[in-house]
Design a protein around this ligand. Structure first.
Ligand code: 6PG
Length: 233
């Protein structure tokens, strides 16, 4: 029988503590040899707890730059906003300068423009069109989407831009998402997958025949997996 390329965590809180500790260690290691640490954040419920835990850690926030791997097409104060989620969980509780926080400039009526502006902001920060984040945090949905690369959507085949808007038919709504080339250039890519709803998707992603259009998460080659036993089934 094929085996997963990782050891699952028995309990969700243990996994969340492990991500938090690993994040702090990576920041320390990285900042020993460079000035800033850049991270692309994930939405979702599991990372939210990690952000809350990071809020009470002693981190050099003036040297950490936060970007968003995906966003919903809603104003920043909307309940569905990934920016708002991170603000409530983390930003409101730590001394981080506005210049270090890079939310997606959501443009509800013209998401393509908002996405282009973000791609430019990313380029301005990294000095190249394709970013090399020190860390990319990702989750996976029960339909095998990651970031806002949903099955059957056009962003899956984007090979030029780092960040695009993406119409998602099942929500009849636009999302914003980092693209494969931007994600896979990350120096560290951590895939956080938890909960019983993910069992079938995870199996298909790891063991199924390659079909990015159906299982977008197959396009991610994580440097670390953080998976709980429920997601393994
Ligand atoms: C989002 C995400 C998305 C998320 C998965 C998993 O904004 O919705 O970035 O890709 O990571 O849907 O979410 P959970 O951790 O809540 O299962």
């Amino acid at each position: 029988m094929a085996t997963y390329p990782f050891e699952p965590y028995a309990e969700l809180p243990t996994l969340q503590s492990a991500v938090t500790d690993s994040f702090c260690q990576l920041v320390e290691q990285t900042l020993a040899s460079q000035d800033t640490f850049s991270v692309s954040l994930s939405g979702g419920s599991t990372p939210k707890r990690v952000y809350e835990m990071l809020a009470s850690r002693d981190l050099p926030w003036d040297r950490i730059h936060l970007f968003w791997g995906d966003e919903r097409n809603v104003p920043h104060d909307h309940a569905d906003s990934n920016y708002r989620m991170v603000k409530t969980a983390l930003l409101d509780h730590v001394a981080i300068k506005e210049a270090n926080v890079h939310p997606v400039p959501v443009a509800v009526d013209s998401p393509a423009e908002g996405a282009r502006a973000y791609a430019q902001e990313i380029e301005a920060f990294f000095g190249t069109a394709m970013p090399t984040f020190d860390l990319v945090l990702l989750g996976m949905g029960d339909d095998a989407h990651t970031a806002s690369l949903f099955p059957g959507t056009k962003a899956i085949s984007e090979s030029d831009a780092s960040f695009v808007e993406n119409y998602v038919p099942k929500f009849e709504a636009h999302r914003y998402t980092m693209t494969y080339p931007a994600i896979t250039s990350g120096k560290e890519i951590w895939f956080i997958i938890t909960g019983a709803a993910k069992v079938d998707a995870l199996k298909a992603v790891v063991f199924g025949e390659r079909d990015l259009n159906q299982y977008p998460s197959q396009g991610i080659k994580p440097t670390r997996w953080f998976v709980d036993s429920e997601a393994v089934g």
